[in-house]
Design a protein around this ligand. Structure first.
Ligand SMILES: Cc1cc2nc3c(=O)[nH]c(=O)nc-3n(C[C@H](O)[C@H](O)[C@H](O)COP(=O)(O)OP(=O)(O)OC[C@H]3O[C@@H](n4cnc5c(N)ncnc54)[C@H](O)[C@@H]3O)c2cc1C
Length: 297
């Protein structure tokens, strides 16, 4: 089945008007941003909604990357291509450019948005792993105002988030901390495919010692996974190959992959180990040599 069931279509004129429509129409309505996840699901009849509320006209309001002292704010309607091309974002968080280079293809990247990616909550989704790695928080607006949730609170399970039926994810906030850098490594079956496994790492150094580190994995369990045990194992030691190996072992032991068409659970555990080591190594190399994209490093 390649044709969606009939639906009514409305273009939102403001965030508050879209919230008003969601409030009125309830579970029969869905927002459509890039449409690259929602529309294929509707065509396959995995999802059916009576109303689609198109938020693309809100790009002026919700499409931005703003670097401020202490944080970067990214509007939910910012497209993959804009994230890929933002030099300011790549400088603060090179992990974004690493990931965007390997997300889908230019057609998908021209339309797909960070908000749609996070709200889809696919366990293989790359930007969820990036945002988990960077300890992002999500700003959600609804009829009674705004609330801010951590990535841990945002994800309720596969394809399930904290965003209510009458709410919109409007912004992602990424804290900037001094002395850090980040990286993303992904193994895919072919260019533009979803991850077999991917790993993001962010590391902060103080006087040559790791003051903090975070790792986020995708495609190795029901949810995008942050691994606090890796942070605990790395804090307080200088970076070394032995430490990366330890982190890789923890990643492999902490994840919960399944055997599927992308590979065996055993292979995915091996990738979780190896990609964690590579991401940590790249992040530390970047701190030592200044911010550069993966291509250059
Ligand atoms: C061929 C192909 C390959 C792909 N490969 C990859 C890949 O390698 N890695 C990867 O990570 N992704 C991949 N994707 C997914 C892609 O990144 C999509 O852009 C993304 O999943 C959804 O973004 P969207 O803006 O298209 O969302 P939509 O499809 O418009 O929406 C998805 C869901 O989010 C909801 N939503 C959207 N915006 C908001 C908002 N602001 N507030 C509340 N709810 C909202 C919608 O109602 C819907 O339920 C691929 C997609 C395709 C088609």
């Amino acid at each position: 089945m390649q044709v969606p069931a009939p639906f009514e279509y409305e273009r939102a004129t403001s965030v508050d008007q879209a919230i008003g429509l969601l409030e009125r129409l309830g579970s029969t309505a869905r927002l459509v941003a890039g449409g690259h996840s929602l529309l294929p699901m509707m065509k396959l009849r995995l999802a059916n909604f009576e109303y689609l509320i198109d938020i693309n006209d809100l790009h002026g309001e919700l499409g931005y990357v703003t670097v401020e002292p202490g944080q970067v704010r990214v509007g939910a309607l910012t497209r993959h291509r804009e994230l890929l091309e933002s030099a300011e974002l790549a400088e603060a968080f090179p992990i974004f450019r690493d990931a965007e280079k390997v997300i889908a293809d230019p057609v998908v990247r021209n339309r797909g948005t960070i908000g749609g990616s996070l709200c889809q909550a696919d366990p293989s989704e790359d930007l969820s792993a990036v945002c988990t790695t960077l300890d992002a928080s999500c700003v959600i607006r609804g009829p009674s105002g705004e609330r801010v949730v951590t990535m841990g609170e945002f994800y309720r399970g596969p394809y399930e988030t904290a965003v209510g039926e009458d709410e919109i994810l409007i912004e992602i906030r990424l804290p900037i901390r001094p002395g850090g850098s980040s990286a993303y490594h992904k193994v895919e079956r072919r260019a533009g495919d979803w991850a077999v496994v991917s790993a993001g790492a962010a590391v902060w150094l103080e006087d040559g010692v790791i003051s903090d580190a975070r790792v986020g994995l995708a495609a190795v369990g029901p949810n995008t996974t942050g691994i606090p045990a890796i942070s605990e194992a790395l804090r307080g030691s200088p970076p070394s190959e032995e430490l990366y190996r330890r982190a890789g072992e923890i990643a492999a032991a902490s994840c919960d992959p399944v055997t599927d068409m992308r590979g065996s659970a055993e292979y995915k555990r091996h990738l979780a180990d190896e990609l964690t080591q590579r991401a940590l190594r790249t992040a530390v190399d970047r701190i030592n040599s200044g911010p550069r994209s993966l291509e250059e490093s």
